[in-house]
Design a protein around this ligand. Structure first.
Ligand code: FES
Ligand code: FES
Length: 159
């Protein structure tokens, strides 16, 4: 099968199997920043924004995403032009092996878009589906708080 998508603002076309999951299609087409942790919807490593909503891409059939807008972590910032959230993760020491980071950053992006000043409980709830084997989560929560503060000072998202 073939289908058109918009990934990080660029129009593209993927070829894919009828039963293929979006995580696999993205990785097959070079979007390897979307991580494959479990393929079972349990770890959040494959989280993307699909039409602006956070979803685990391993649980989405590619065929069902045709025509939709996809954002991966590279769509919000890059190594040389990091997003405020990415800077906050680095500064807070919330990145160790980095495997969970793309999903964590996008889950944070979605949270702060909808709730710019979350409580600690709201942060924990928003990141509930994202597992990290390295950090113990404390620094990740600090990073989200730091990002929220900075975004409020800056008046919101810059991309
Ligand atoms: S790889 Fe999708 S939730 Fe783990
Ligand atoms: S930094 Fe290693 S899994 Fe989170």
């Amino acid at each position: 099968m073939r289908g058109n998508f918009t990934v990080n603002g660029k129009k593209c076309q993927f070829e894919f199997q009828a039963d293929e999951r979006l995580l696999i299609s993205l990785r097959n087409n070079g979007y390897t920043e979307v991580k494959n942790g479990c393929m079972e919807g349990e770890c959040g490593a494959c989280l993307i924004l699909l039409d602006g909503k956070p979803v685990n891409s391993c649980q989405v059939f590619t065929a069902s995403a045709v025509g939709k807008d996809i954002k991966t972590v590279k769509g919000i910032g890059s190594l040389h032009q990091p997003h405020v959230i990415q800077e906050a993760f680095v500064e807070a020491g919330a990145v160790q092996c980095g495997f969970c980071t793309p999903g964590m950053v996008l889950a944070t992006y979605s949270l702060l878009q909808n709730n710019p000043n979350p409580t600690e409980a709201e942060i924990k709830s928003a990141l509930d589906g994202n597992l990290c084997r390295c950090t113990g989560y404390v620094k990740i929560i600090e990073a989200v708080k730091l990002a929220a503060e900075r975004l409020q000072v800056n008046g919101g998202y810059h991309e």
